[in-house]
Design a protein. Structure first.
Length: 243
């Protein structure tokens, strides 16, 4: 667990990239490898910017990762680049890993907002064949392309991923125009959505942690593999999370 002194008081920053000679893992501003990680009250900031042509995925890796009550700010890329919020890396359909983003806001950062119509932004793309990501009860602004999701390469993973959306709102949260991949799901029933609740998704670790749904407090939980948080700004604080 990492507990900082506040969003502006405790800051972890870095500007490494693969172009500078680092591996993907070593280039991350912040990397988690272990069970039951929780962060609160701090900022993780990647200051490299887009000019080195690194990947544009904000949150990627393969872990049981739950982000609640977050503000996810999408930055302006360079010309001809696209933004992708997630790139989950599940390789085995029997793994319980995935990225779940609940009760959060996906919106444009100030540098992108005036020109957001000039750039494509997406909720995710399948880094690995069985990638799994769910957005639940989020407010998704109009910067997100109506298709919602971006292919990785051709039809790779489009039939084997699990990409779900449940009760999202906002201009970009509309189901109209979404991809028609076999692996994309309009989640319509609370029973299916409940699989991705904090209590169910984080099992079997819940009994040991004593965790409950965070209500109006933020929570970032990661278990048990590796999740990279490698964004322009990923901020975790007691009442809010900014990515």
């Amino acid at each position: 667990m990492l507990i900082g002194d506040g969003i502006d008081a405790t800051v972890v920053s870095g500007d490494r990239s693969v172009k500078d000679g680092y591996t993907t893992f070593r280039s991350a501003t912040f990397a988690v490898s272990g069970k039951g990680f929780i962060a609160r009250g701090m900022t993780f900031e990647n200051t490299a910017g887009p000019h080195k042509h690194q990947a544009r995925d904000f949150i990627f890796g393969d872990a049981v990762a739950l982000l609640q009550n977050c503000n996810i700010y999408v930055r302006r890329p360079i010309f001809n680049q696209k933004n992708t919020v997630t790139a989950q890396g599940r390789k085995d359909p029997n793994e319980n890993t995935g990225i779940v983003i609940q009760n959060s806001v996906i919106t444009a950062a100030p540098d992108l907002r005036p020109v957001q119509s000039s750039y494509k932004s997406y909720l995710g793309r399948p880094w690995k064949e069985y990638s799994r990501t769910v957005f639940s009860k989020c407010v998704i602004d109009g910067l997100i392309d109506p298709a919602g999701w971006l292919p990785w390469s051709g039809d790779f993973g489009l039939a084997t991923v699990y990409y779900g959306e449940y009760m999202n709102s906002g201009v970009g949260g509309s189901s109209r125009g979404r991809v028609n991949w076999t692996g994309f799901h309009h989640i319509r029933h609370a029973t299916e959505a409940g699989i991705f609740s904090a209590r169910n998704f984080l099992r079997p670790e819940f009994p040991r942690w004593g965790l409950v749904d965070s209500g109006n407090r933020c929570a970032v939980y990661v278990w048990p593999l590796t999740l990279w948080l490698d964004s322009e700004k990923f901020q975790v604080l007691l009442c809010d999370v900014n990515v």
